[in-house]
Design a protein around this ligand. Structure first.
Ligand code: G
Ligand code: G
Ligand code: MN
Ligand code: NA
Length: 253
């Protein structure tokens, strides 16, 4: 409750900021996109994880203004890199459940794209399987979002219990293989089989794939051999402040 109170002021007091974690295309070695990840620097408690404050934001309704701020900050940043003459990359922004039920979500995103002048093809929205509470609503929302020209990724793929049949109904572009599968890819034959299965399924459904949480060279080798398209993880880079990402821009295509 104390935190919720503080979170009310976090936006006004400029305590929130966004870091960007590179996603690397394994064929080219270039950074093709970044995932925007919000952070909260609390004046007394220090850094607070989004794993802690996003649920508070959800419960209190603060997710609406905070979600919009994250989206706008991320779009503005990517446009700024473009304007600086750096190669264009996509930015992936996490949506949360409360936002999916925001009545003017599509309009809000359209407005943000217009204000920031970011072309919609450079924005990817991440949803999770656990948000699939109402299939009809999700299907409608995702089609409206796709009509804006943005792309949709399923985050933490494989960890939810929802039926795979939604892959038929939802206009999805990308699956992000959850890092728990990648973590044990070398040691657990079930996790290995599941990663193989997701890669194969994505290929047949013509979906892009991002393997998350790559920390070890062995994991990378396996994913290269399995023709995984894109990876994200500490082996390449932790989430970075824009200034530090910019310094490594020579590896961006
Ligand atoms: O960055 P970190 O590993 O601390 O993130 C913890 C959790 O918070 C993850 O589940 C991540 O998806 C979520 N998260 C991080 N940034 C955002 C954001 O900008 N919006 C939403 N909705 N969730 C986020
Ligand atoms: O739930 P989501 O996939 O959005 O969470 C993304 C979070 O995962 C990032 O905020 C980041 O802090 C964390 N993350 C990114 N790469 C790695 C990694 O290689 N290992 C671990 N343990 N966490 C990672
Ligand atoms: Mn994510
Ligand atoms: Na994930």
């Amino acid at each position: 409750l104390m935190l919720e109170n503080d979170l009310h002021h976090a936006l006004d007091n400029q305590e929130l900021f966004v870091e960007y974690q590179p996603q690397i295309n394994l064929q080219t070695g270039y950074i093709t996109s970044v995932e925007a990840l919000v952070r909260w620097r609390h004046p007394e408690k220090g850094l607070i994880s989004p794993g802690v404050f996003i649920p508070i934001a959800e419960e209190s309704g603060l997710i609406i203004p905070i979600g919009q701020w994250i989206l706008e900050t991320a779009c503005k940043q990517v446009k700024q890199w473009q304007r600086a003459g750096l190669p264009s990359i996509k930015v992936a922004v996490n949506l949360s459940l409360g936002q999916l039920f925001q009545y003017d979500l599509v309009r809000m995103i359209q407005d943000v794209l217009q204000r920031t002048e970011l072309e919609s093809q450079y924005l990817q929205l991440e949803i999770t399987e656990s948000m699939t509470i109402n299939i009809d609503h999700m299907t409608t929302m995702l089609h409206q979002l796709k009509d804006l020209g943005v792309t949709i990724a399923v985050d933490d793929f494989g960890t939810g219990y929802s039926s795979l049949s939604y892959l038929k109904d939802f206009p999805i572009d990308c699956l992000k293989i959850d890092r728990s599968f990648i973590h044990r890819i070398q040691t657990d034959s079930t996790d290995k089989a599941l990663v193989d299965m997701i890669l194969s399924m994505a290929k047949h459904l013509r979906l892009k794939v991002v393997a998350e949480g790559i920390e070890e060279v062995e994991q990378l080798s396996y994913l290269i051999a399995s023709h995984c398209e894109t990876v994200q993880g500490y082996l390449f880079s932790k989430p970075l402040l824009p200034i530090f990402l910019q310094e490594n821009y020579d590896s961006i295509q």
